[in-house]
Ligand binder design. Structure first.
Ligand code: SF4
Length: 409
């Protein structure tokens, strides 16, 4: 007897939650109030960011969780003992339109296990996107997962209908990938990224002729599944950003899966590590930091207690205080607590008058942190505390009561 659609949805939305390359799942169930419109479902709705920065809700699904590969970190691997299901393309189309009409989602994130080879899998995902676009005039956001080893033609078809394509590098190093996912290989994943980059560039050069993933490409890296340190992870991300101009590298803290291989750790990687890597990634891309600067503390790991910009500033106190009325943009961006937008506001403000500490307060900067590192008009002398050996303890977030039970992800 065919499996009911609701059961497939339950299995294939749950199986998709491990892919973080479109951010996290888990909206609380909510129904529209009388006369209102829109509701949320527990299954498969995740939030992502559109190219214009808007936060959008996506229906996040696998086409199938059956897979011929045996990546050890993956709950859908060939040897995993989980219930399997498979959507037909029309079923994904129907679900997407139904959720869209009920105002639950603004788009679709579709990935898949690899069953009959990369091209067949890619073609099935592209077929969903094609049906949505051509048969139903769907103009919502579509993110498709590119399959390693897919041919140029298969990618071209997918990129024609998807806004974004992504292919997961899975692990930070080629050696790690070889150990935990022996059927994949880093060179082929990079070749697919390069092919997508070339097509994206070609389509931007001639938008009237070709359309190919206008929202670019991204990737995901699992952290803590092997012993790779944060310095190596960030260096790998840097190379990916440089070589393929990715929109994002997503980091996913490893979490143990049932019947796991002895090669995997028994414990989940701390979510705080994932958070620190995102902060460091931001520093690399938007704040002018180099990987070596952020991870210079000897063991190659980011400090979990304080954010990486504050850690860097505490190691380089000689570069502070920074005068907010004179320092150039690059230096202001290095001040802990000053974000990019705040720096632009400071620069705009000081064109007309001197910036005072009260102005920073009005800009809602965390003054407790910032004032240790800046000079501002009206503030007397060098800020107190820069020489203080306890400055780190003073600025570190206060310890929080540990939870008795770990929160669900
Ligand atoms: S190819 Fe993808 S779905 Fe298949 S086992 Fe590997 S990570 Fe999982």
């Amino acid at each position: 007897m065919p499996m009911p659609l609701a059961n497939k949805l339950e299995i294939l939305a749950d199986a998709a939650k491990y892919d973080a390359s479109c951010a996290s799942s888990g909206a609380a169930p909510r129904r529209a109030s009388p006369g209102g419109i829109g509701s949320t479902q527990r299954m498969g709705i995740c939030h992502s960011y559109a190219p214009d920065g808007r936060c959008i809700s996506l229906l996040k699904l696998l086409l199938t969780n059956a897979c011929s590969f045996d990546c050890l970190y993956c709950v859908n691997r060939r040897s995993s003992n989980v219930p399997r299901a498979r959507f037909r393309a029309e079923e994904v189309v129907r679900l997407t339109l139904a959720f869209y009409r009920r105002n639950c989602i603004e788009g679709l994130f579709l990935s898949s296990g690899i069953l009959r080879g990369p091209d067949d899998t890619m073609a099935q995902m592209a077929q969903v996107a094609r049906m949505l676009r051509e048969q139903h005039g769907f103009r919502g956001y579509i993110h498709l997962k590119a399959v390693p080893g897919a041919s140029a033609d298969a990618l071209a078809e997918a990129g024609q209908f998807a806004d974004r394509l992504s292919i997961n590098v899975e692990l930070p190093t080629a050696a790690g990938l070889c150990r935990l996912a022996p059927e994949k290989d880093a060179a082929s994943i990079h070749a697919t990224m390069a092919a997508m980059r070339a097509r994206i560039d070609a389509s931007r050069a001639e938008p009237a002729v070709t359309r190919f993933a206008p929202a670019g490409q991204s990737t995901q890296m699992i952290i803590g599944a092997d012993g790779t340190d944060d310095r190596t992870i960030l260096a790998a991300s840097s190379r990916l950003y440089d070589r393929f101009r990715l929109r994002r590298v997503y980091y996913t803290a490893f979490s143990p899966i049932p019947d796991a291989s002895a090669l995997l750790p028994l414990q989940a990687a701390p979510l705080l590590r994932e958070h620190r890597l995102y902060q460091a990634d931001w520093l690399l891309r938007f704040y002018g930091f180099a990987t070596a600067e952020i991870t210079e503390n000897g063991n190659g790991m980011l400090d979990l207690d304080i954010d990486p910009k504050l850690a860097w500033a505490l190691h380089h106190r000689g570069q502070f205080p920074v005068d907010v009325n004179r320092a150039d943009r690059a230096l202001l961006l290095r001040v802990p607590g000053l974000g990019k937008r705040t720096v632009e506001r400071i620069i705009a403000m000081r064109r007309v008058r001197a910036v005072r500490l009260e102005d920073l307060q009005r800009l809602r900067v965390p003054l407790r942190t910032v004032r240790a590192f800046v000079l501002a008009a009206g503030a007397s002398g060098v800020p107190r505390g820069l020489e203080d050996a306890n400055l780190r303890a003073h600025l570190a977030p206060r310890p929080q009561q540990l939870q008795l039970f770990p929160s669900s992800r």
